[in-house]
Ligand binder design. Sequence first.
Ligand SMILES: Cc1ncc(COP(=O)(O)O)c(C=O)c1O
Length: 341
Amino acid sequence: MIRGGLEEAIRERRYEGYPYGPGDPELLDLVAKDFGLKGASPFMTAGGTESLYMIARALLSAGDEVIASDPSYLIIHRFIELSGAKTVNLDIYAPPYRLTADRIQEAIGPRTRMILLIDPLNPLGSGYPREEVRAIAEVAHDRHLLLLNDVTYRDFADAPTLAAEFAPESTITVWSVSKNCGIAGLRIGGFLAPPELVRTIGRFNTNDLGVNILAQVAALAALRTKSSWIGEVRRQTRENGARIRATVGGIDGAELPVYPSQANMMVIDIARLGISPEAVQQELLEQHGVFVRAGNYLSPTHGQRFVRVSFSNPPADIDRFVRAFPEAISKLAVHAPAPTA
Ligand SMILES: Cc1ncc(COP(=O)(O)O)c(C=O)c1O
């Protein structure tokens, strides 16, 4: 239905004119309904990424601190730093592989302005239990902090919870249709927040002339029908994850810190193999046409321990991984020091 919508829009040459500035009203309405957050207005940008940039620029100042994690989706940390603020990265590369309200509470200082809650988390695939989301939202509320809740992967989770349910006045929820709807290349996403915050963040909007019309058409087609296909996407993603787990399970020294992933990705820890993640990334890409990310893209501290795999793909892509990964590891292991216990 996405392709059909796009073909029709191209036939009608809808790309010739500017889109309606604030975004297609039906699409904004569908986003609002998808999230069901009373009192939060949806805003549309060229991907969730642009929203994250605008949020950092609009709400943070030099010297502010944002409590975040390591590993994390570091592009957001870069945006925070561009605004003159800095992240306080809590090390979460140990159980439960996510932030907790208690650790956030301890890390709050006089300059803390925001908490970054990515749920489910890129790259580990950890999801936050409802009670933890509530507790973190309560910390934000009680300590007068902003809560940036990036829920790009929420449709892959078993029981996702939105922080805005508990701290509506201080939460900015970032939405994306890149992963759940499989239209990452079209670049459309946005955020939801109380109208006052939307106005403040909206001052940094660069899409005054609208977000790409074809991206809007595709997102509209996808969201109109989401209930009919999202279950199958989730099922296939879980099945792919299970096949990857079985493959990793067959390699002595490789392990999955978080399983099952609540997102469409997870981390394979290869530290005990003594092989560099960059070497695995390069070998898989060049010899097998399989792309995994070396950990340094996602963790300053633990990046040398792992690679990240994403797997909301057709099964044929997973077939290739299942063949390629053990082969790449055994080839690279020949040159590696003996595995550590
Ligand atoms: C946590 C997180 N937020 C945002 C994005 C970017 O989303 P978009 O494609 O909507 O810009 C990603 C992409 O990988 C991500 O992992």
